[in-house]
Design a binder for this molecule. Structure first.
Ligand code: ATP
Length: 388
């Protein structure tokens, strides 16, 4: 077994230092800092207009930045034109040349660079095999399926051996079924190549299923960066809690801190949460986040640590899960996800009263704070996790 000192520290592939971008008066990116380690699959997600594509285009060299610095494997590439960067961008709409066949499309970047013909052929054959296009090399683009076109776009980007591959919603043009199949293909390909992928997507399940780490962006800044499980179970800000997963958020004031728990007076009940190392003091305003799948239901009158009375207002059966929509007396909407429908004896009906419960340990506490980079945005005050 290796001694700790023998383990090489992770090498940073791409480093974004204080990247900012304004279009006239409009601030599209606010001092974005990000480090991507070699061989990492990083997904950027966030609502429409939050700056994902702008960030990717800046890394690709297709958009200038207003300020900041961009390092690729330690080299400052901030001023390098697009064709001199060893980054490649795969587009949402593939952007293939319809008048060229698959081989010519894949070879395009190499022929532009006037490489030796035999070398170009060998390289195209190698990449085509890698993305399983070997048998389609003579076909026209119009004769390919959506998934095959998508692979041509990736092969065309890979043929020039980029140090990092940038992908802007590359699966969005595919139907849902193919999209899921391509997700695992994409992940396998990235692992075989061992190069970093920086992948922009709207789609949470896509980001979570493929990425080693996920960047959640909001209004031109990064709200959280971490492994998918951490983003899902430990949202650091109010925005991430609302945007990711299926969370319930209860706002309230701390009324007691005792025995490792904080007690928070919320609209309908006093809710307990694990206090953590630096609990907020009495009187502090906090938001409590509880994942919908951490909430259960008990017969009325059952004593539980955290319980809340609510009335069932809707039910969605999704096959493996049922999502229950409920409302408390104070009008707070609550979501509960159950892995299987209740049994016949527990059958639910709209408007029935239910008692919900969950563990204080499953309650994430957010307190008002300033997310770095938000100070200049009107209303930029946010809620951040304890200890964040
Ligand atoms: P989507 O998910 O909808 O593609 P996005 O997160 O990729 O959105 P961007 O395309 O990066 O968002 O755009 C960020 C913001 O910058 C948007 O408000 C957009 O209108 C604005 N923007 C982008 N390009 C320009 C431009 N050339 N001129 C002016 N504003 C721009």
């Amino acid at each position: 077994m290796n001694a700790i000192s023998d383990i090489a520290p992770p090498q940073v592939d791409l480093e974004l230092r204080g990247i900012a971008k304004s279009f006239g008066d409009f601030v599209a990116l606010e001092r974005v800092d990000l480090a991507i380690e070699r061989g990492e699959f990083v997904a950027i997600m966030g609502p429409s207009g939050c700056g994902k594509t702008t960030l990717l285009r800046i890394v690709a060299g297709l958009e200038s930045m207003s300020s900041g610095q961009l390092l690729l494997r330690g080299q400052d590439i901030s001023a390098l034109p697009v064709h001199k960067r060893s980054t490649r961008l795969v587009w949402q709409n593939f952007a293939l040349f319809p008048h060229l066949n698959v081989r010519q499309n894949i070879a395009f970047g190499l022929t532009l660079r006037r490489h030796d013909k035999a070398k170009v052929k060998a390289k195209v054959d190698e990449i085509a095999d890698l993305v399983q296009l070997g048998q389609f090399l003579d076909r026209r683009i119009g004769q390919l399926s959506g998934g095959q076109k998508q692979r041509v776009a990736i092969a065309r980007a890979l043929v020039t051996e980029p140090e990092i591959l940038l992908l802007d919603e590359p699966l969005s043009a595919l139907d849902a079924h193919l999209r899921i199949r391509m997700q695992s293909e994409m992940k396998r390909l990235q692992q075989r190549l061992g190069i970093s992928f920086l992948y922009v997507t709207h789609n949470q399940s896509e980001a979570f299923s493929m990425a080693d780490r996920v960047v959640v962006m909001n209004r031109g800044r990064i709200e959280q960066y971490g492994p998918p499980e951490e983003i899902y179970t430990q949202p650091k800000t109010h925005f991430v809690a609302e945007f990711v997963g299926s969370n319930n958020i209860f706002d309230g004031k701390v009324v007691d801190v005792e025995g490792g728990l904080i007690k928070v007076q919320c609209a309908d009940a006093v809710i307990s949460a694990a206090a953590g190392e630096r609990p907020p003091g009495k009187g502090s305003t906090v938001s409590l986040v509880v994942q919908a799948d951490k909430i259960g239901s008990k017969p009325a009158g059952t004593v539980a640590e955290n319980s809340l009375n609510a009335v069932l207002s809707g039910r969605e059966f999704t096959g493996s899960q049922v999502i229950y929509h409920l409302e408390t007396a104070a009008g707070v909407e609550v979501k509960m996800v159950a892995q299987e429908p209740f049994s016949q004896t527990e059958r639910t009906a709209i408007n029935m009263a239910m008692q919900l419960y969950w563990s204080p340990g499953d309650t994430v506490v957010l307190r008002p704070g300033i997310v770095p980079g938000v100070e200049n945005i009107p209303g930029g005050r946010s809620y951040v996790a304890l200890g964040a």
